[in-house]
Write a protein that binds this ligand. Structure first.
Ligand code: UDP
Ligand code: MG
Length: 235
């Protein structure tokens, strides 16, 4: 079995892709013996698809899935998790705002925890985005009843069993640590690096994310409250 799968959702990130692959392989080659990079092209219209196929020709570690059309980040992540073969699964975005080196930093936590969620300590986004994210995390925690500092941090690492336990709906990629806990897994939060987006554009606006995120948080809070937990006597 491969030790690690790195799953990356990609929607119109053409100018970042070569850099992305070099950054991931550069960070992982010295530390991880056998890994794969699963790149899910979520219906890109900027030539990302052709670029991904070209990159995959010269690197057998790359696996590329193409959606027929844009289906959203959660769908792309779900498709990647479904085909991932690694014992551990790392998630990161295609815009390189997080550092693949941090996957190596998160790996040792798998000895004690099932899920390591990054926390962007020195976040390099616009002020509006930083403030909305801070408020968003506070509101989300209040509504879901869970406590996660940076639930939307793109850098995450978890065990294969965790990946297989998810039953994802659109928007749920922002609640993965909470969903993992609901499924009985242990979660640790670990500081990770962050940098500006240098190519492409963010796919979300503040308002649509806030509103949709709020509705999603209500659903997650409801699911969390209704989670069934039982133990059969003698087991
Ligand atoms: N993404 C995707 N499908 C979408 C929107 C985004 O696969 O419909 C990908 C995108 O290419 C990136 C990641 O999801 O790799 C996060 O998107 P983005 O960086 O725009 O979000 P932000 O960091 O601004 O929250
Ligand atoms: Mg981003």
């Amino acid at each position: 079995m491969k030790e690690l799968s790195v799953v990356v959702p990609i929607y119109n990130e053409r100018d970042d892709l070569t850099r992305l692959i070099f950054a991931i392989t550069g960070a992982l080659d010295p530390h991880v013996e056998e890994y794969e990079i699963v790149l899910v092209n979520d219906g890109s219209t900027d030539g990302s698809g052709a670029q991904l196929d070209k990159l995959a020709e010269s690197d057998a570690k790359l696996r590329v899935l193409h959606f027929e059309r844009n289906c959203g980040q959660t769908a792309a992540i779900a498709a990647g998790l479904k085909v991932a073969e690694g014992r551990y699964v790392a998630l990161m975005d295609g815009d390189l705002q997080t550092f693949p080196e941090d996957i190596v930093k998160l790996l040792p936590y798998m000895a004690e925890y099932d899920f390591a969620n990054g926390t962007r300590v020195d976040r390099r986004d616009t002020l509006v985005k930083k403030v909305s994210s801070k408020v968003g995390n506070g509101v989300r925690n209040k509504i879901t009843g869970d406590q996660i500092q940076d639930t939307g941090c793109p850098m995450k690492l978890f065990k294969r069993e965790v990946a297989q336990s998810f039953n994802l709906y659109e928007g749920f990629h922002r609640f993965l640590p909470t969903l993992a806990r609901m499924n009985g897994f242990s979660v640790i939060e670990v500081p990770v690096g962050h940098r500006e987006r240098t190519a492409g554009k963010s796919k979300y606006g503040v308002l649509n994310r806030a509103f949709v995120g709020l509705m999603d948080a209500i659903v997650i809070g409801w699911l969390r409250k209704r989670t069934i937990r039982y133990q059969i006597r003698g087991d």
